[in-house]
Design a protein around this ligand. Sequence first.
Ligand SMILES: [Zn+2]
Length: 352
Amino acid sequence: MKICSKCLLPENYPHISYDEAGVCCVCRDYEERFKKIDYAEREKSLSVLFDKYRNKGRRWDCMVPVSGGKDSSYVLYVCKVKYKMRVLAVNFDNGFTSVAAIRNLKSITSELDVDFISYKPNFGILKKLYRTFLLKTGDFCPPCSRGVTTLTYRIARQEKIPLIVLGYNPITDMNPREIETIDQKLLLSVAEGTISRKELEDFVFFQPMRILVKRINLPEYVRWDEQEIVRTLGEVVCSEGGFDGEMHFDCIMSPVADYLRKKKWGFGKKVQKYSALIRDGQMTRDQAFEKLKTATDDREPAELEDFMKILDVTSEDIAKVKHLSHLNYKSYNVNFLKLLQKFNIISRDDHF
Ligand SMILES: [Zn+2]
C-alpha cells in the first residue's frame, strides 16, 4: 500500500493524490492553508474579539462546551485564566462518558472556578439514534455531535450568551466528507421514519441561531501544541486521570468507533491524527511509526460486546458497516451555510 512520503495517509484515503515527490494533497493543502498562519497576529485579533464580549452586563461572557478531554479543557483554561472571561462550561453527556472524563470535568471546573452545567438526554432516544445511524450509515457518532451543538445553542439562547468557544482544530480534526458528515439535515434524513420529530428535540435546533450567536474555534487563533496543552493542564489540574491518555478517552465507545472506521476505510483515526501532527511539526514520522506499532485499532475492542448489547445489534450488522455510507442520505443542502462561511459570518470550519 502506497503512503505519503511526508505523512502516513494511504492511497485508500478519499480523493488522495501524490505529487512526483510522493507528497499527498492533504500535506500540500496544509502548506497553503495553515503553515503561514501568524499566531501572534491571530492572538491579537482574539484579544480584540474577547474585549468585545467581556463584561458587557451579561452573567456569562462566553460558553465553552466541555467533554473532559484535553482540547475543551484547554479552551476553558485559555478563556478563563488568560483572557479573564466569565465562562459557563457546558457538558453534553452522551451516555458513554468515561470515568476519567467525569473526574477531569469535576476537577477542571472546580480548579478554574467556573460555572458548569451537564445535561444528559434520554438514553433510550440516544440509543435509538446511535443504532439507526450505525445500521443506516455505518457511523454511530453523528447524533452525539448534533446533541452537543443543539445543547450549546439552546443554552446560549436561554442564558443570552453571545459567544461559544470550541476546541475544534481544523488542522487535526477535519475529515473528508466521505468519512464524516454530521450536519443537521443529515440527522433528519437518517432519522426519518424511525425516530419522531418530538424525540429529536435535543438534536435539532433553529439554524438561524448560528447568526445570532458567534461561534469560534480557538485553535484557529492560538497555536495548538498538544504536548504543551497536556503540560499546562497537568499544572492546572491535579487530577489522577490527567489528560495524557489515548485520543478521545472522554468517550468509552471511542475504541469501537475507531475499530469500525478501520474496518471501513482500512485506516483508523490514529493514522489521520498522527499524519496531521507530522505535518504540523508536532511529531516525526518515525515517532508515528513507533506509536502505530502498538496500535490496537484493528483488533476487536473489549467494549464491542457491551456496545452490541446496548444497541441491540448483531455481528452481521457490524460486518455490514463497511458497505454503508451516509452519502446515501445527502438529500440536504448546506449551500446557504457554506455561503455564510465564505463571508466569515460563521466559522470557516464549522460542522453543520
Ligand atoms: Zn501527506
